[in-house]
Structures are given as C-alpha cells and as structure tokens.
Design a protein around this ligand. Sequence first.
Ligand code: PMP
Length: 410
Amino acid sequence: QVQEGLLDRAADFPLLANPVHGKTLHYLDNGATTQKPASVIEAERVFYERSNANIHRGVHWLSQHATDLYEIARESVRGLLNARLANEIVFTRGTTEAINLVAASWGRANLKAGDEILLTWLEHHSNIVPWQLLCEQTGAVLRVAPMTESGEVDLDAFRALLNERTRLAAFTHVSNALGTVNPVEEMTRMAHEAGALVLIDGAQAVAHQRVDVQALDCDFYVFSGHKLYGPTGIGALYGRKALLDAMPPWQGGGDMILTVAFEGSTYAPAPQRFEAGTPNIAGTVGLAAAIEYVQSVGLDAIARHEQILLDYTQEQLQRLPGIRILGTAAHKAAIVSFMVDGIHPHDLGTILDSEGVAIRAGHHCAMPIMTHFGIPGTARASFALYNSLADVDALVDAIGKAQSLFGIRS
Ligand code: PMP
C-alpha cells in the first residue's frame, strides 16, 4: 500500500493539475526533469520581489541580503550531501557543467599522456564526453568497465581495469537509462585502493535517496537542481576541500579573483575561484527551497514510496504481452526502461501522450547502453514522490490501447 501521506503531495505541484490533450496528466518523465512545488516557485518570485541584487560586491543592504541568501543556499546543499564544509560546495549550472569543471580544472592540471580515466558502460553522455575531450587534450586514455545483462557494473571487470595509471574513476550513482543503483561505496573503495580519485554522478540519485558524501568517501559528487524539484540552470559540485584548494580556475572573470593587474591576476579561494561572473542567484534560492521541501517530506519516505511504485509498475507491465524490461538489477531506483514488441518507442511515446501519459522514448543520452542491448532506444517511465498507483494504472492502460491500435491484441 502506498503511504497516504505521500499520495497527497501531488497537490503541492501546480503544474500537475493542468490537463494535457484534455486528459489528466500522468507525468512519468521525472528522470528528465521534475515538476516544482509551489514553495520553490514562490521562493524565486519572492526573491525577485524583495531580495534581488548582485552578490559579493555591493556595500548596500540588498546586495548583502542577496549574498546571505546565496551563502545560505550553499549551506543547504552542504546539508543535503552531508559535506563537512560549505566551502566544499561549488554552484554550477548543473551536473554537466560540474563534470566539465572537474575535467577542465583538475583534469588539465593533473593528467598526462598515458594516464587513465575509468568509466562504466552505464554512463550518461555528460559523464563520457567531457573525459573524451580531456583525453584529446592531455593524451590520457579512457577505460570502460562493462555491464552485465542485468544492467549492473561488472565489478570484477571494474576492479581488474583499475591500475597504477588510473587517476580517476567516474561513475553514476543511479543509471538514468536503466535505474540501476550502483554499489558506489564499494566502487569508491576499490578505486581508492588503486590510488585513483572518484567522481560520482548523482544526477539521478539525490531526489530518490539519502546521500552522504562523507560516508561514500568520494572526492567529487555532482548533481542538478532541476531533477530535485528545483529550478533549471542550477546545480552543484561537491569537492573535497584539499582538492578544490589545489585546483586552478577554469573560467576567468569577475568574482573569482583577489587582484587583477595586466601583469597577472591572483585568484579567490575555493569555491569562489570556480564561480566566475554573476551566478544564478535566484536559482540557488529556488534550490534551497527544493531541498527544504524534499527534507520536509523525508528522503527515506520518498525512497519507500518510489520502491512501491517501481515494484507495482514492473509487476503490471509483465502482465501485458510482448513487454521486455531492460535493467533487472537487484537494486534499482524507480526508473523502468522497456520495449513493447512491434511498437517503436517513439510511436509508443506519442500514443501514450495522447492519453495524458508523459514518458520518454529514445536513447536517454546513454547511447552505449542501447548499443550494448542492440536496440535504438527504449520507452522509459521514471517516478517522483508525487506519483501514485493511479499513474501506473494509466500507463499500463495506455500501453494496452497502443497494442490494440497496432493490432497486437484485441
Ligand atoms: N547524468 C545523469 C545520470 C543524468 O540522468 C543526467 C540528466 N539526464 C545528467 C547527467 C545531465 O544532467 P544535466 O542535463 O542536468 O546537466
């Protein structure tokens, strides 16, 4: 039984009340982005109505007030990840920018020809391409740990690929394409034993479970606010203090300097050193409101609720003929990737949309996974705290209709 308390939460999200094609919306594309609670929308509005000014530079009250809000948001992110220090949190546009920051700053300063970066077959493109660019620039080499048929990282292969040349292991916490939850603590331990640093892509994890970077013992952790019920264009990089302190700037401009002269400039300490230019101040305020919202619901309660939705979805889908679920890991987040015999995922997505059911169809920015399974893409339903069993029923009914339309069943 889904906990009643969580079922009520849909009312906190104004968008969910709007019909699509005249039908009740069943929003199951949360892996791409989540809807926003009224408190997040309100926090951004109130910021612009009462607190808007540029930060860190002004002597006037509003500027100091905006600076305070920005730094309070940094403290919220610290709390969310249980980092030791707020200065270990760098604001970025999101996961993609955070990974690019580490690649450009740490990577260019530390990697040389022949060094290795270890990824896994489960990565999103944003945890592949920045490392490929870095390898082109430095002569470092990418290694990729394979995955098993169930869509889990082959841990023996992962361990075997680690060696004294491995400088960094970068892997996802939760796969956006299959839902697999990786044993990131164990993988981090293995990488550290080989002397490599660890970056964890938390884009699909932070909204669904508790994350503790100190317990994980990772060196970098990245996520996007928009997948955590927060605004788009804001996210964060957690980096261990000693590492951030030693890393050079990656973008130059205002706010990241101590002194500027034409002969040369000196740089602010981390995290300001990595936050050149006017940041997304309103976004950080919205993100702080999103963190407060998620914490008030409780990440453990969210995880339990989504597990029920996951089990129910997989059970119901398997009752339909011709359904193949990709990703059968023992430990999964509430993301279900599937194929329906005889219906291309894009056609399925379009028919489901006409029934008010929003899912994603395609390669989910994880083309290597699709290549592995020999398919162009999948249909993906991904859940959030506001989803209910009724959303799953609507999904299953709409798939049944699509099958009838295609003459797969009468
Ligand atoms: N990594 C994973 C696992 C993701 O799911 C996503 C978003 N789909 C990203 C990285 C990229 O996040 P963003 O586009 O917010 O930078």
